[in-house]
Ligand binder design. Structure first.
Ligand code: ADP
Ligand code: MG
Length: 385
């Protein structure tokens, strides 16, 4: 063949160095994202690029930019981009590099001897009452005498501070963040939210590594003190945050919130099924908005029925362990009002039907107790990040 000589690896590396990671905005070659470059005799190039997280939303952009840059090199007859995902080690190396070598702080709740029970509250979709459930469980557990913290990890829809009536910003002491303390019913609940770090009502547009960094900070730089329970209000769905939480806190346990509606139940199931990949324990399912109690004492099932039990049954089958329906919380005006006023219904209207149901769930959680007994050993999630 009288064709051009195949391009050299150095030329190809130079071409790849012009491709930036769209989020970190640094050359992919510097970030250790180029795992391999192979050239065939005919000038066909195969580039293996490692993404920082699986299902990275930027993967199409990266593929396109790499194809374009390498395709422009003289002698290249074809480009084939293979995508992989960084290993835990590679990712922590990258984080270290981005931090300029400063060591990452330890997350106290991730220590094998941590006595704090961490519950991540998940849902398939938004608006099912995940945050309402989280703040009420926090308030109810605090009333049971437990030391409670809440992380509002719903980066796009943060609402926990408002629901707990927290208006003061966190205090910064050196490199430590002191969380504001809510006092629902006079008992303290420590709260931190992404909402406290963005001015006004600005939307948060972080993704991937930035989200991971934010969560890492919430958990490591915030001074939580000794907590019995930490509740995390996750964003709806099975996105980056859910995976990040599983990675940063492998022993965190999932609580799934759903409405009785079948469609909602199906998406809730997917949110719960993530536990299969992350090896998180599933504590149970909470059905919210189960019915409306009418003045005559009858129940109107506005959103249908059976969703919570269906999710619990289906998750029990798929993980092969009992996932109980922890409770059914009725529709209740006092719950909504309590959220709007920053006074959770369990303390604001403790005798209302919703408060009674939520307290019942909190008691079940409190009974599970504190400490390592019966706790599954922390297993590193198999899911590669
Ligand atoms: N059981 C309930 N009864 C009445 N209103 C509820 C109930 N659960 C949630 N709400 C209301 O529904 C809206 C969505 O709830 P929220 O907790 O913000 O959901 P999510 O966090 O899942 O998006 C809020 O206005 C909340 O006050
Ligand atoms: Mg919410």
């Amino acid at each position: 063949m009288g064709g051009m000589p195949a391009p050299s690896t150095a030329t190809l590396q130079a071409a790849l160095a012009t491709v930036n990671d769209p989020e970190i905005r640094k050359p992919i070659t510097e970030l250790g994202m180029v795992e391999a470059v192979d050239v065939s005799d005919t000038g066909h190039v195969r580039v293996t690029v490692l993404l920082t997280v699986p299902g990275c939303p930027m993967k199409d952009t990266i593929t396109r930019d790499v194809t374009r840059a390498v395709g422009a090199v003289e002698g290249v007859t074809g480009v084939d981009v293979q995508l992989g995902v960084m290993s835990d080690e590679q990712r922590s190396g990258l984080r270290q590099q981005l931090r300029g070598g400063a060591p990452e702080k330890e997350i106290p709740f991730a220590r094998p001897d941590s006595l704090t029970t961490v519950y991540a509250v998940a849902s398939g979709k938004g608006g099912v009452g995940k945050s309402s459930v989280t703040v009420n469980l926090a308030a109810a557990l605090a009333q049971e005498g437990l030391r409670v913290g809440v992380v509002d990890a719903d980066i796009y829809g943060f609402s926990v501070p408002r629901m707990l009536g927290v208006t003061q910003p966190p205090t910064q002491v050196d490199d430590m963040i002191l969380p504001p303390v809510a006092e629902p019913g006079g008992v303290p609940v420590k709260v931190i939210s992404i909402g406290m770090f963005v001015p006004g009502n600005q939307p948060v547009v972080w993704r991937g590594p930035m989200l991971h960094r934010a969560m890492q900070q919430f958990l490591a730089d915030v001074y939580w003190g000794d907590l019995d329970v930490l509740l995390l209000d996750l964003p709806p769905g099975t996105g980056d945050i859910a995976i990040t939480v599983a990675q940063l806190l492998p022993s965190s346990e999932l609580i799934v919130v759903t409405t009785p509606q079948q469609a909602a139940a199906e998406v809730a199931e997917r949110a719960g099924a993530i536990a299969l990949q992350t090896h998180q324990r599933l504590v149970g399912v909470i059905e919210n908005m189960s019915w409306l109690e009418l003045p005559d004492g009858s129940r109107q099932e506005i959103f249908g029925s059976g969703g919570g039990q269906a999710v619990a049954d289906s998750l029990s089958r798929s993980i092969g362990a009992d996932v109980p329906l922890l409770g059914q919380v009725p529709l209740d005006v006092t719950l909504r009002e309590g959220g709007d006023q920053g006074r959770p219904v369990v303390v604001g209207s403790p005798d209302s039907p919703a408060a009674t149901a939520l307290r019942g769930i909190a008691r079940q959680l409190a009974r599970r107790g504190r400490g390592l007994a019966g706790r599954k050993l922390a297993i590193t999630p198999t899911l590669s990040r």
